[in-house]
Structure formats: structure tokens, C-alpha cells
Design a protein around this ligand. Structure first.
Ligand code: MG
Ligand code: MG
Length: 253
């Protein structure tokens, strides 16, 4: 049996609202990126993000989402996603993934980036570079008439060149009035998989790439997802709209 997924198409006005939500998360990432240095705590990062989102007359999209206790998901080193901000102090050589959501006029924006803390090792530099590259390889396939699997396969192909593990248990998603809408956007798969992409679909594409195994596990806090082998992980995400032509990245400043 094939389960039919209902993908909500957004009109031009709705996409412009989503662009504003995307701009807020992009602005928050830009602002917080400048503050990341050894000695800062993840709670301080969360405060900078929350203050920025509120200053833009937007609502933090993650706060209280399914009970998440902060505005920002902050995941350090072997933490993949959904790390809870707290007293953890960042030190030179860490990498920190910052995932931010916003709500503007009832629509969500969602974007993430992994930042270096001070000087990081070359293998971490390579991991960040490859993960970002895999995101943009996926975005390039987000075109009307392509299949969703074209995105997934492009992400996987780039990410696995480095011998990295592409996380399978967590995926990207459609986004709109709900943070997570249909369809799921896996970071692995075959070009022939999934529905045909159409104008007005809005997707959050978000490769999570591990230096080692793709296997992950969730910590007892119920949120923080970490790599099974303890090796570092990176995460880059953009919210994009499918158009008649080029992919339209909504989460840009
Ligand atoms: Mg996100
Ligand atoms: Mg997302």
C-alpha cells in the first residue's frame, strides 16, 4: 500500500511571509555567529537568539515546541541536533550547531548552521565544508518537475564522498503554518524516490553529517541526539521554495 502524502502548496503572498520568517532566522544566525568564541555558554547563545527574534516582532519557533525548553537548539561536537542550551561553556576547537526557528504571521522559518569555536582541527573544517556543500547540492535539485529523491540523492552523494555518515533517523521536512509538514525530506535515497516537486512547495532541507557512523542515539534528557560513536557531527539547513525556475532560498538575510 502506498500512503498518499498531502503537500500543502503556498501562494505568492504566503511565500513572502515565509521569506520574512526566514530572514529572521538568518539574521539571528548572523548575529549569534559573531558572538561564538571560547568562554561563551550555550545559554548565553540562546539569549542572544531569543532577544534578536523578539526584536524583529517574531516569535521563537522552537520555544515550547513539543515542550522544548529554549528558543535555540544548540548541539556541540558529537551532539547532532536538539541540544538544550544550558551551562555548557564552549572551548577552542569545538564545533557548535545552532538551529533556529521563527514564526511570523503564523508561518515558520527554519535554518541551521554549524560554527567553529576559535581554531578547529582540519578534519572538523572538512566536515563543515562538506556538510554545507551537501546542503547546496540538495537545494540545486529543488526544482519543479524533479522528484524529492533527487534532493536526497544529491545530498547523500556529496556527504558520503568524505567517508562520512549521513544521519537517517532524522530528516528534513515540508514547512509552513506547521514547522513539520509533509513531505519528509531524507538526506539519503534514490533519485526516483518520492513525490514530484511542484511550484509553491516549501521545504526545509537539512543534512546532518557525522564524521563516523550514521547511527545516532538520544540522551536521557529526551532531546539531545548524539552520534553513536562519539565522533563530531555537523548540520546545515535552509528553508527553500520551489518555483518555476531557480530554487528560492527563503532563509537568507
Ligand atoms: Mg531547524
Ligand atoms: Mg528543520
Amino acid at each position: 500500500m502506498r500512503i498518499r502524502t498531502v503537500i500543502i502548496i503556498k501562494n505568492k503572498e504566503e511565500i513572502e511571509i515565509m521569506r520574512r520568517a526566514g530572514k529572521v532566522v538568518a539574521g539571528a544566525l548572523k548575529k549569534v555567529g559573531k558572538s561564538i568564541k571560547p568562554g561563551i555558554t550555550t545559554r548565553e547563545i540562546d539569549k542572544i537568539v531569543e532577544d534578536y527574534i523578539l526584536s524583529q516582532d517574531a516569535i521563537p519557533g522552537f520555544k515550547n515546541y513539543n515542550g522544548f525548553p529554549a528558543s535555540t537548539c544548540i548541539s556541540v561536537n558529537d551532539e547532532v541536533v536538539h541540544g538544550i542550551p544550558g551551562q555548557k561553556v564552549l572551548v577552542e576547537g569545538d564545533i557548535v550547531s545552532i538551529d533556529i526557528g521563527s514564526i511570523v504571521q503564523g508561518f515558520y522559518g527554519d535554518s541551521a548552521e554549524t560554527f567553529p569555536v576559535g581554531k578547529i582541527s582540519q578534519d572538523k573544517v572538512d566536515l563543515l565544508k562538506t556538510t554545507k556543500k551537501s546542503l547546496f547540492a540538495g537545494i540545486d535539485k529543488a526544482r519543479k518537475g524533479n522528484k524529492l529523491g533527487d534532493i536526497s540523492a544529491a545530498v547523500q552523494q556529496v556527504a558520503e564522498i568524505g567517508g562520512y555518515g549521513v544521519v537517517r533517523q532524522l530528516v528534513g521536512h515540508g514547512i509552513g503554518r506547521e514547522m513539520h509538514e509533509e513531505p519528509q525530506v531524507p538526506n539519503f535515497g534514490a533519485p526516483s524516490d518520492g513525490p514530484v516537486l511542484d511550484k509553491g512547495m516549501v521545504l526545509a532541507i537539512e543534512p546532518m553529517v557525522n564524521m563516523g557512523t550514521h547511527e545516532v542515539k538520544t540522551l536521557p534528557d529526551g532531546w539531545t541526539v548524539v552520534t553513536a560513536d562519539g565522533l563530531p557531527s555537523a548540520h546545515f539547513e535552509h528553508t527553500i521554495a520551489i518555483t518555476d525556475g531557480e530554487p528560492d532560498i527563503l532563509s537568507l538575510v
